[in-house]
Design a protein around this ligand. Structure first.
Ligand code: ADP
Length: 362
């Protein structure tokens, strides 16, 4: 059993606190993805698990072992970096087997493991090539192969696909997902790309400023974000946020006037704490959840600014009367014109409400 437990992990550089007491449980065999904007601490957190950074305080357990003060090589982890860091003068086979040869593993054992890894990664035809004769995707596969041959309990990936072009990134993403299915090891993966996080993860950990904002299955985070940060980070194009003010509270239904010009009011049922009349709130609605003008309900009339036709889907970038920018996704729409007026309906069951601090109101 090789789950990972972080217990109040803190990391500071001098007097700069980068990770602020993180608690996290990653289950055995789980694919966990740390995602968040640049500088939020995701690489630092991964590197503390690898042992490449010491924690300032807190504990890290891998399986049943407290590894907080254990050397990286003794932690049973293998790491794959963004820069492949292959030895240029060695062949693919020599690169993959280097670590095992250094640790004086028996020759047959090395051969067997390199064969297995090259089969999983379809590197068989390239074993005699040097890195310079490989594409970026093939080089990254060799770097992953080097991790696989060590047969680690845990794989750690630090933005492994960032150096690849868009098409190759999609291809490698699928290969990494397949690799996880095939070998079933615990994997922790760092990315700033929410699409990578959504497509790879069993569990997404959204980080922001050294704090965990929310942990959950990708669709859970999409459907039920705890706060405005997660709501805006998960989903593409991102959720629209519209300023509003509470105009009435009746039983458990809150009426919100949108856009401060009192043009539209929406009534949203809440189960938990109710706001007070006059409180500022933020309404969230995803681009894909607007309905057409014919649907009954709260409507917004907007002026379209830029229209992107992608074939299956059209994105209309529009402006509200108060200048707020709103993105609308339209399917089966080919005629939308720039500068036209567009009326959309906000379905109540798709609307999210946040308080002025960005906390979700449920
Ligand atoms: P991310 O991977 O989310 O982009 P990092 O974990 O690399 O973020 O960095 C988190 C924060 O810690 C950043 O503000 C960065 O400047 C700071 N940081 C990282 N490494 C060091 C270091 N060796 N010394 C000082 N500050 C650092």
């Amino acid at each position: 059993m090789t789950g990972i437990t972080l217990n109040q992990v803190k990391k500071s550089y001098g007097n700069v606190d980068v990770i602020h007491g993180v608690d996290l449980q990653i289950e055995d065999g789980e694919f966990a993805v740390f995602v968040g904007p640049s500088g939020c601490g995701k690489s630092t957190l991964l590197r503390t698990i690898a042992g490449l950074e010491d924690v300032t305080s807190g504990e890290i357990h891998i399986g049943q072992r407290d590894v907080t003060h254990v050397e990286p090589a003794e932690r049973g982890v293998a790491m794959v970096f963004q820069s492949y860091a292959l030895y240029p003068h060695m062949t693919v086979e020599q690169n993959m087997s280097f670590g095992l040869r250094m640790s004086k593993a028996p020759a047959e054992d090395i051969q067997k493991r390199v064969d297995e890894a090259s089969k999983i990664l379809q590197l068989g035809p390239y074993l005699d090539r040097r890195p310079k004769a490989l594409s970026g995707g093939q080089r990254q596969r060799v770097a992953i192969g080097r991790a696989i041959v060590r047969n680690p309990d845990v794989f750690l990936f630090d933005e492994p696909l960032s150096n690849l072009d868009a098409e190759l990134r999609v291809q490698m993403r699928i290969e990494i997902a397949r690799l996880h299915q095939e070998i079933g090891a615990t994997m922790v993966y760092v990315t700033h790309d929410q699409v990578e996080a959504m497509t790879l993860a069993d569990k997404i950990v959204v980080l922001h400023g050294g704090y965990i904002e929310q942990v959950g299955h990708p669709l859970h985070l999409y459907d039920d974000p705890d706060n405005q940060f997660v709501a805006g980070f998960i989903g593409s194009p991102k959720m629209n946020f519209i300023d509003g003010k509470v105009s009435a509270v009746n039983d458990s239904t809150v009426s919100v006037v949108l856009l401060e010009n009192e043009s539209s009011t929406i009534s949203i049922p809440l189960k938990e704490q109710l706001p007070t009349v006059g409180e500022k709130v933020i309404l969230g609605i995803r681009p894909e959840h607007f309905e057409s003008a014919e649907a009954g309900g709260t409507q917004l009339t907007l002026k379209s600014d830029v229209t992107e036709h992608l074939g299956d889907v059209t994105y209309v970038y529009a402006n509200a009367p108060n200048g707020e920018r709103i993105i609308i996704e339209r399917r089966a729409e080919r005629t939308a014109q720039n500068g036209a007026e567009i009326t959309v309906t906000i379905p109540v069951e798709r609307a999210y409400l946040f308080d002025a601090d960005g906390k979700r109101m449920r």
